[in-house]
Ligand binder design. Sequence first.
Ligand SMILES: NC(=O)c1ccc[n+]([C@@H]2O[C@H](COP(=O)([O-])OP(=O)(O)OC[C@H]3O[C@@H](n4cnc5c(N)ncnc54)[C@H](O)[C@@H]3O)[C@@H](O)[C@H]2O)c1
Length: 368
Amino acid sequence: MYKLAFIGGSINSIAGYPHFIASQMDKRFKVVAGVFSRDKKVNQETATRWNVKRIYDNWQELIEKEQKNIDAIVILTPTPQHAEILIELLKRKIPTICEKPLVSSTEEIRMIEKVYNPKENFLVLTNNYSGYPMLRELQHKIKKGELGNILHIRLKMPQESFLRPPKSVKYPQKWRLKDGFIPMISLDLGSHLHHIAFFLLQEEPSKVLASYDSFSKYGVVDDVNMLLNYKSGIKGNVWLSKAALGNRNGLHIEVYGSKASAIWHQENPEKLVFSYSTGQKIIIDRGSDVEMLPNKLYNRMTPGHPAGFIEGFANLYNDIANSLDLFLQREKYISKYVYDFEHAKKGITLLHMASYSNKEQTWKSLSE
Ligand SMILES: NC(=O)c1ccc[n+]([C@@H]2O[C@H](COP(=O)([O-])OP(=O)(O)OC[C@H]3O[C@@H](n4cnc5c(N)ncnc54)[C@H](O)[C@@H]3O)[C@@H](O)[C@H]2O)c1
């Protein structure tokens, strides 16, 4: 079992608890140390609640004292703080699991590039949505050509959180109300959709046209529309919003091919709906009598007993553990489910060029 330390991710955070459960669900990792919060009391409360014995007052001290004791560190701080921590971890060659987005800007990407060595650094992102079995199934079916040639893809992630914040957490946090050249909503949500689009199509967009809006009282960008063009001819359409009442987390994917289309909605994550050129519609789930990707993790419990977000996250943590096995044997560790710096860089580049497009109201090329 690999030993983990968390930086950030206290009981008061959004991402911390899902990581704590998902990383340990299948006993591939154990959280043994952390600096979960800058607030001493919250840090201590988190350690007590989670029975983590070794806690520190700041991340620099944690790294200094723990680097020989742990196998990897998970970065769960607010996005604007990722770069500084990452650079230190990369310099020290400590295997790093980082929440998405990796960093906030192309400037920070360049700073990371100065210290990142793909042969010596283990650096992976928690792009958790592709941990859902049905999205993996869809990737497989697209690859096998079951949908025919892909014509267009529609991805949306509308949320109501700036008009009607979730009651279970303090939202929005201060850091989410500060836009850089890439607005925070794109870093928060656009990074997920960039990942999912690539995961399904295995192709990066070549051009982007974007338009940003601000509807809520916060005065930051809270609604983003993007059109994407792909070299293969595929067209893409992306909508992100934090000002869309009725949507708790409306992650929704539609892929349209010449032979069939597929629709997946996160609030019903175990079902994948196909519509064929014959007019037939088929809904598949883990219990269907169709060829499905074999993986015992997808059946922690038999079909009909719903699995969801945390299980999908745990699937990814299993894949990350497999990647860490390979890295420690000095083998190539990136797999079809685990993504690294290059993927994150492409995502940040897309979001950066989308900001130029919004500013100049023209299409922007993404080719380097
Ligand atoms: N994959 C997902 O579905 C998902 C969901 C939510 C957030 N995220 C990502 O996770 C990261 C954190 O987001 P969040 O919503 O949990 O933020 P948050 O503000 O709710 O929590 C951040 C946590 O980090 C702690 N922290 C801040 N600075 C610190 C420091 N210097 N040292 C130690 N701890 C520190 C805070 O006390 C808090 O516990 C972001 O990068 C975000 O994009 C991902």
